[in-house]
Design a binder for this molecule. Structure first.
Ligand SMILES: Nc1ncnc2c1ncn2[C@@H]1O[C@H](COP(=O)(O)OP(=O)(O)O)[C@@H](O)[C@H]1O
Ligand SMILES: [Mg+2]
Length: 257
């Protein structure tokens, strides 16, 4: 394992600002995601977490600032090149975003099919091997997203994100709306997905138990900017009142056992 200082920077966001019609959402956001690191982004609803993620992947364009993925500047990159880079990322959106017209197994292997030729049998086998880890029954593979529950759709979206072992994973509220058992299963999977490929992850979440399980580092978005950052343990020691509000309902003794 490389020393902290020697680690590669996988994502670097510099002075990013974003407004919608004079409504400032994010102002001068600066942070880095290092190789092998799992970063959690927390913040109140509407604080701009999803907007930040959408800027990183180019769904939204920042008004100002730079976003580098593996040292490549993403802002103003041509659509073709951007899509090529995004194929190597595993992303889940806050609201599912599965393809309605594709069966679940086709959704899961979507990126892999774009990168290499695999036949239906191989594709189904690949999808099957992934959903096994997510506690999903194989019978859902042939169904369409509209034919399974919201919680299952969420897991299919996660299966799609981790298919092909991408080295960069970006999850927007992966456990919200899931029962605690499934939520903790997803947390384990995120950790394993990062560890096994030596990858890096950004997870947006409201779930503080989840933060403690998966994150090496936490950033809080508040008042348009990053108002606090630290480790999960430091969240329980800080005098920052916003962080204290987030962790109030939690007993750290249980989490860090
Ligand atoms: N495409 C958009 N156009 C205008 N306003 C937007 C758009 N996307 C998000 N917003 C606004 O930006 C703010 C932050 O949203 P969001 O990033 O989704 O919050 P959250 O932290 O809950 O993920 C909200 O006030 C939302 O209404
Ligand atoms: Mg959001």
């Amino acid at each position: 394992m490389k020393k902290e200082l020697d680690k590669n920077i996988v994502i670097k966001v510099t002075d990013l600002s974003k407004s919608f019609n004079n409504n400032v959402i994010l102002k001068n956001i600066n942070f880095e995601l290092l190789e092998g690191e799992s970063l959690a982004i927390i913040g109140a609803s509407g604080s701009g977490k999803s907007v930040l993620l959408k800027n990183i992947i180019g769904l939204l364009k920042p008004d100002k600032g730079s976003i580098k993925i593996n040292n490549i500047e993403m802002v103003n990159l041509s659509r073709n090149l951007k899509e090529k880079i995004l194929l190597d990322l595993g992303i889940t959106f806050q609201h599912g975003a599965l393809f309605d017209s594709l069966r679940n197994w086709e959704n899961i292997i979507f990126k892999t099919v774009n990168k290499e030729k695999i036949n239906n049998k191989q594709g189904k086998k690949l999808a099957f091997s992934i959903i096994k880890q997510l506690g999903l029954h194989p019978s859902i593979l042939e169904l369409y997203p509209s034919e399974i529950s919201g919680g299952m759709q969420k897991r299919v979206a996660i299966a799609r994100a981790i298919c092909g072992n991408p080295k960069i994973l970006l999850f927007d509220e992966p456990t919200s709306g899931l029962d605690p058992v499934t939520g903790s299963l997803i947390d384990k999977l995120i950790k394993t997905a990062v560890k096994t490929v030596g990858g890096s992850a950004i997870t947006i979440t409201h779930d503080m138990a989840s933060v403690c399980r998966i994150a090496d580092k936490v950033i809080l978005i508040d008042n348009q900017t990053i108002s606090w950052s630290g480790t999960p343990k430091e969240m329980f020691q800080t005098a920052n009142t916003k962080i204290q509000e987030f962790i109030k309902p939690i007993n750290s003794e249980i989490l860090f056992k």
